[in-house]
Design a protein around this ligand. Structure first.
Ligand SMILES: Nc1ncnc2c1ncn2[C@@H]1O[C@H](COP(=O)(O)OP(=O)(O)OP(=O)(O)O)[C@@H](O)[C@H]1O
Length: 227
């Protein structure tokens, strides 16, 4: 009988902490993700969800602990070079150029990736096929978010880091988002989502980040008391 070692997690956060502006934002976070895994980050405003994603994207480094990809520390230059090619990052800043067409706004990302032919089908899946030739300045907020989601599909990298991906989406848009996340995971992709809004992701791990400051009385509390 051969004893096989369990596979390494694709991503492992080992006792990770993170400082910003000399303040401790994240403390002792431990997470392991295998192919097809999903993690949902929840927490109040300022609790550190975006900081968590930024650290995974390599924009900031852990102040303690380590982030391992295939068992290698992502902060090592040679490893980071390979690791960053695995990442697809969706943030509140959409990097959409208003002067260019909706299709161009997806296609450029695809071309930079050395790929072709995926942009129009991705826009069609997101319900924007009809607008592909229009200038991006015509888009509503929800449509801009759908363009960002079309980019995820056209670029097609394994690790998705999604910061508030459902903001501005209508009900159908959220269903589409949930669908593409599920399909991505079926192919072995990993999805990490920071969100305030409810999202259905089967068998996802949930990490609720603690508030960073004691909660003070707010206008909402006063209104509640008055009612
Ligand atoms: N560029 C920065 N420099 C220093 N501190 C920052 C910076 N950006 C954010 N912070 C601080 O880090 C903390 C966590 O911010 P972060 O954006 O990660 O929270 P969040 O959970 O994503 O919040 P939200 O729900 O409002 O998006 C906040 O207290 C914030 O003041």
């Amino acid at each position: 009988m051969s004893l096989r070692r369990p596979p390494l997690p694709r991503l492992l956060l080992n006792n990770v902490s993170c400082m910003r502006n000399a303040q401790q934002i994240l403390r002792h976070v431990n997470v392991s993700l295998h192919d097809g895994g999903a993690l949902v980050l929840m927490g109040t405003n300022g609790s550190g969800k975006s900081t968590f994603l930024r650290m995974l994207a390599g924009f900031s480094k852990p102040s303690a602990g380590e982030i391992l990809w295939n068992g290698h520390d992502i902060t090592q230059a040679g490893i980071f070079h390979q690791y960053k090619l695995q990442l697809n990052w969706l943030s509140l800043k959409d990097a959409i150029k208003d002067r260019f067409t909706v299709l161009d706004n997806v296609q450029w990302f695809e071309v930079l990736e050395g790929k072709q032919g995926g942009s129009l089908p991705a826009l069609e899946l997101m319900g924007l096929g009809r607008l592909a030739k229009d200038k991006a300045r015509m888009l509503s907020m929800g449509q801009r978010k759908r363009v960002q989601l079309a980019r995820l599909l056209a670029i097609d990298r394994p690790i998705w880091l999604l910061d508030e991906p459902s903001v501005a989406l209508d009900g159908d848009g959220v269903k589409l988002l949930e669908y593409i996340i599920a399909e991505h995971r079926k192919k072995g992709g990993i999805v990490i989502v920071a969100t305030h809004l409810p999202i259905e992701i089967e068998d996802a791990m949930y990490l609720r980040l603690p508030p960073r400051f004691p909660r003070r009385m707010t206008l909402v509390d006063m209104l509640d008391r008055g009612g």
